[in-house]
Structure formats: C-alpha cells, structure tokens
Write a protein that binds this ligand. Structure first.
Ligand code: ZN
Length: 150
C-alpha cells in the first residue's frame, strides 16, 4: 500500500471540513491528546445525557489523518450509548493495531471508520488515527488529563 492510498476522499473531506469543530463549556468533560511524533494536538469536549453522549465537539491542530479521525469520531458517537462508544473504540483500536488485516465482517463492524484502516500499514500514523479516541476515552473517565500516544 502506498502512502497516498491512505488519503481516501472521505478522509480528505473530513480533514478539510471537520464536523462538530469547536468547544463546549462547563459542565462538559474535556480532555487533550498530544501526539509528539507527528505534532498532532486535539481537545475533545463532551456532554452526557444519562449514559449517552449528548454532544461532542473537538479542536485539533495536526495532520489530515488526526483531524479527519476526530471529525469522524464526533459524528459516530453523538447520541450513542457509552457502552457502544467504548465498544467501537475498542474494535477500531484492535483493527488498526492487529497483525492481520481485518476481514469483511470486522470492517462492517467499524461503521465509517473502515476508511481509516489503511493506517495499519503505517505504524506512526496509527497514533494520528487513534489520538482523538484516546482523548475522548480519557474525557469519559473524567480524568481530564492530557493523553500522550507515545
Ligand atoms: Zn498525525
């Protein structure tokens, strides 16, 4: 796989026109992610309604993959039960770090995230693709700390 193949239309679209870009004030949970290898920085803000994600926003400075991944994440998790959000993150994380390529069923289970699966051929880009997810997860845990992907 060539590096240019990584930049599918859906990724370029999200990186140029990020969805849910911005901030949420208190009492939103918030957490930062920092990927020093690439220089990506992301802050995720989210509010809950019971055990669902009520709203989610993010701010990011970084490469196309990190911004697109954050944007795609906000679209996928908004309104979703936390249990599903955590399960999706865990499937996504497993798929991009697994030794073997995901099969069709696994890709299906990734929702729209299958577009990002190409990062598994570029280990340094895996951190770009998962940064916002780690920050989101940290925000949910209420730790509100900065997540480093190193
Ligand atoms: Zn990056």
């Amino acid at each position: 796989m060539e590096l240019r193949d990584l930049y599918q239309d859906v990724i370029l679209d999200h990186s140029k026109h990020p969805r849910n870009f911005g901030t949420l004030g208190p009492p939103a949970f918030e957490a930062r992610g920092n990927n020093p290898l690439c220089g990506d920085r992301v802050t995720v803000y989210l509010t809950l309604d019971g055990d669902r994600v009520a709203d989610v926003r993010f701010e990011a400075k970084g490469c196309a993959i990190s911004v697109a991944s954050a944007s795609m994440m906000t679209e996928l998790i908004k309104g979703r039960p936390l249990e599903e959000v955590r399960a999706l993150f865990s499937r996504f994380h497993a798929a991009v770090t697994a030794k073997n390529a995901p099969d069709a069923a696994n890709l299906e289970a990734l929702d729209g995230l299958a577009a990002l699966i190409g990062v598994r051929d570029f280990p340094t880009r895996v951190k770009c693709a998962t940064l916002a997810w780690h920050a989101m997860s940290s925000a949910l845990d209420g730790s509100g700390t900065t997540v480093k992907t190193e």
